[in-house]
Structure formats: C-alpha cells, structure tokens
Design a protein around this ligand. Structure first.
Ligand code: F6R
Length: 263
C-alpha cells in the first residue's frame, strides 16, 4: 500500500485527485470511476471537478458506480445515495447521468438488483479507479466487520456504530435505515486502482488497522493489503496511530520524479 500523509484535509482532497488524474490520463475520457458517499471524498470530488473544468482531466465519457445505497429510501430523498452522488459527482463533474449508477435500494427484488449491479460493472469492463472512505469500525463500502473478504454486491445490515456515525445526516438515529445494498469486498478488490481517503482523529484507529493490522474481516478495509494498487491518503490526525508514519513521510518526500504528484 502507498500511504500519503498530508498536512490538512484540503490537501488530502488535492493529493487524492492528483493521484486519480495521474491514473486516468492514459486511460482516457472513458475512465470508469467507483465513487463513495459520506464526508471523506467530498473535497476529492470537488478537486476532480476543478481539474476537469480546467482541462487537466478528461471525464467527457466517464462512467461512475456508487459503492452503496440505503434500502427503502426513495431516489429523490436528500439522504439517498442517488441524490448525494448526483450532487457530489454527476453534476460537478458534468457526467452523463445515464452513465452514473447507484444500486437500487428501492427495488422490489433487492437480490436481483444486486446481481444487475455486478453485471453493469462487468459490462463496462470494471472499475478503473475506486474511491473509498473508511468507517470508524474499518468498513469500506458498507462491508461491516465480519463481512466475507470475497463478498459481492448484496444486502447488508448496518452496524449500530455505522448508524450512530451516520445519524448526523438525519433528524434522528431512528430515521437511519437499518439495511443497505453494498458492493462486496470482492467487488471492490476487482477495481484496478483504489484510493482511500480519511481525515480526523475518529479515523485514526481504523486507518492503523487497515494499513498495519492483520488482514481480518473484523477490519474489512484491511483486505486492501492484498490489492496491488491501493493508495491511502490521510491527514495528520487520521495518521495518528500509524506505527510507521515516519517511513511513509520519508517515502513520499523521496519519490522518484516519475512518481511525484505535482500538488
Ligand atoms: C459511503 C461508504 C462508507 C463511507 C464511510 C466513511 O459510500 O461506503 O464506507 O465511506 O462510512 O464515511 P464518512 O466519509 O462520512 O466518514
């Protein structure tokens, strides 16, 4: 894993977007993005939109696949991930809405919706760049602790901690759905590149477990240790429990020219 420690949350967004732009350049305008919701990637997406507007990144034919969606929240609801992806990804990056996909958590047949989602990802040839946040319990997507490390898109029950963490987006915790559809860990691992962003002290323990802990379903993000192209971009606070923080800083400071991100 490549670990990049940044001095601020703003910088995390800039570095993650620069890394994505570097990966996207040889792929071209048809790049397939995997996109997360939540607070973590908001600055990254804003920076990607800025790079696209400045002509430094071509997203004119890009597709996007969201990681997850709540079950039972209709598409137009302000907290539905359909709506959040529309506001944070589709509109600012000027993507064709027909090429932006979110699992259908309002489908009559949820299991069929999950299979259809896997098919849709496969039909475009897979995800080129998967953006991720991480839960305070180490989840990626909504793959809660003890998720199968080879799971595919499916229905999951949200952990109590996740519902507590996400209650800030709702009027009360009782309004936070109990179920979701989420890409599985196997689905996420199929992405050709993964960029995980995290900021703040609340993420420090999860980041240390994901990067330096044993690979375990108790911290599902730790499966990324098996990914050949995983980049973890964190601020100082989220890096607070990393045992090898100095090593990651030194590595980044001494990158060879061809690997350097000009941000
Ligand atoms: C969101 C998702 C989750 C979040 C995680 C962190 O689509 O899949 O894994 O990335 O819960 O959320 P924030 O960024 O709000 O702290």
């Amino acid at each position: 894993m490549e670990v990049i420690i940044c001095p601020s949350a703003q910088r995390v967004g800039e570095v993650a977007a620069a890394k994505a732009a570097r990966i996207a350049a040889p792929i071209g305008p048809d790049v397939v993005l995997g996109v997360a919701t939540g607070s973590s990637p908001v600055q990254t997406f804003a920076e990607l939109a800025r790079l696209a507007d400045a002509g430094e990144l071509d997203l004119s034919g890009a597709s996007a696949f969201a990681l997850d969606e709540y079950v039972g929240i209709p598409e137009g609801h302000p907290e539905s991930y359909h709506e959040i992806i529309r506001k944070t990804v589709t509109e600012p990056m000027h993507l064709d809405p027909a090429r932006v996909h979110v699992p259908n958590g309002f489908a009559d047949d949820l299991a069929a919706a999950c299979l259809a989602y896997e098919d849709a990802i496969r039909a475009v040839g897979g995800v080129d760049i998967q953006f991720l946040g991480v839960g305070t319990n180490g989840h990626i997507g909504f793959n809660e602790p003890t998720s199968s490390l080879s799971s595919r898109t499916r229905i999951k029950t949200l952990a109590a901690r996740t519902r507590e963490d996400n209650a800030r987006f709702f009027d009360s915790i009782d309004d936070v759905p109990k179920h979701c559809l989420t890409q599985g860990l196997g689905t996420i691992m199929d992405a050709r590149n993964v960029i995980l962003v995290a900021t703040g002290t609340s993420k420090a323990h999860a980041i240390a477990q994901v990067v330096e802990g044993p690979v375990t379903a108790m911290y599902p993000g730790s499966v990324l240790q098996f990914h050949p192209h995983a980049t973890i971009v964190v601020d100082e606070e989220a890096a607070g429990e990393l045992a090898l923080a100095d090593y990651y800083r030194e590595t980044y400071a001494n990158l060879p020219d061809w690997q350097r991100l000009d941000v």
